[in-house]
Design a protein around this ligand. Structure first.
Ligand SMILES: [Zn+2]
Length: 372
């Protein structure tokens, strides 16, 4: 492995054997550089996303996969009389696209000798990291806001994670997790919002789409964006295919849309306190990966669309009625496509892909309310 870490802010570089999650000099977000940049070698002897292991910063499991990660279907779907394709990542092992990042990150941490991981999340990332920690033999501790609903943590607890509630803001929870990791030599902070290896795993959704379309990229993709790993992952993945880059659109709820605001104002991503939205997974006031997101937004093919709650609900109902049972956050990409279509910003003949990021079974109570 010849890759290395690079800071997105200062001139720090660090080799792949170091246990890092952010820049030790300036505290900025880290990127991974030095991986092959073209998807030339797919290892067909490996299952799922491990086919792409030569473009990932890990060796991968010795044989087979960990929990069956990767190989999700690309499903044709008609909405507003236009045929699009859905990349149904809600079918991953824990029901969320985060399994791509969690599988690669946990495998990587195991390979460099980490024994215990500390994460902070109250939703899908906790479930995903806990499951992959269990499957790769890592101990997992999850710091959660004291106000988090216990139902969302059942999956993580069932996988054997220790759940520690923290009083205070979401930032206080992250700080507590980081401090705990710093104080324990055997532990590593494995945040899905910070760790650069996580995004490398997520980018495999784009590789699969490229293969499923017979070796071409779509014309445009729509991805829900909170911390931005699906969005940045799409960029890294589709860039590596060597085919013409698609337009890549970040979809956020109007109630928390710092990425959309930055794109419209051509300004840096600034903190935006989240208002009420059913798209809980995207309530990230200030994405840690802001510089990487901004770098993608600078490209003329990229864009960002804010979705109001009413349109999100009507989109969900159409998806559910068509048999695609996704959680509210998971429909943001399709909803953003409908907005772009109504503004004549996309041609109905384009090859469109929307990323379905999480399963409806995650949100039974919220969905029940929407059906009343
Ligand atoms: Zn730095």
């Amino acid at each position: 492995m010849t890759w290395h870490f690079r800071c997105a802010t200062c001139d720090f570089t660090g080799d792949s054997a170091q246990i890092l999650w952010r820049c030790p000099n300036c505290g900025g977000e880290l990127l991974i550089e030095g991986l092959p940049e073209l998807l030339e070698s797919v290892d067909q002897s490996r299952p799922g996303l491990w086919r792409y292991r030569l473009l990932l910063p890990v060796q991968g499991p010795d044989t087979g996969s960990i929990l069956g990660e990767g190989d999700t279907p690309l499903v044709p779907f008609e909405i507003d009389n236009v045929r699009i394709h859905l990349k149904v990542d809600s079918q991953l092992p824990t029901g969320s696209f985060k399994d791509r990042g969690a599988a690669v990150l946990c495998q990587y941490l195991k390979e460099i000798g980490v024994r215990r991981i500390i994460v902070d999340s109250s939703g899908n990332a906790a479930a995903s990291m806990a499951a992959y920690a269990a499957a790769t033999g890592l101990e997992c501790t999850v710091f959660v806001p004291a106000t988090a609903s216990p139902g969302k943590l059942v999956q993580a607890r069932a996988s054997g994670a220790t759940v520690i509630p923290i009083e205070g803001s979401r930032d206080d929870v992250a700080t507590a997790a980081q401090t705990a990791a710093d104080e324990d030599q055997s532990a590593s902070y494995a945040s899905h919002n910070w760790h650069p290896v996580f995004v490398e795993g997520v980018k495999t959704w784009a590789f699969e789409v490229h293969e499923q379309l017979g070796g071409r990229n779509p014309d445009r993709v729509f991805a829900p964006a909170g911390g931005g790993s699906s969005f940045v992952g799409a960029w890294r993945g589709f860039s590596a295919t060597g085919s013409r880059l698609p337009g890549i659109i970040a979809a956020q709820p109007e109630a928390c849309a710092p990425i959309v605001r930055a794109w419209k104002e051509q300004a840096p991503i600034r903190r935006m306190e989240a208002g009420p939205t059913i798209a809980e997974g995207t309530k990230i006031a200030e994405p840690p990966r802001a510089r990487q997101i901004a770098r993608v937004l600078e490209h003329p093919a990229a864009g960002a669309i804010a979705v109001d709650e009413e349109l999100l609900i009507s989109t969900l109902k159409q998806l559910w009625a068509g048999g695609i049972y996704c959680e509210p956050t998971g429909a943001l990409g399709v909803a953003a496509f409908r907005i772009a279509l109504s503004r004549n910003e996309v041609d109905p003949d384009e090859l469109i892909v929307a990323h379905i990021t999480g399963h409806g079974l995650k949100s039974t109570a919220a969905i029940n309310d929407l059906l009343e």
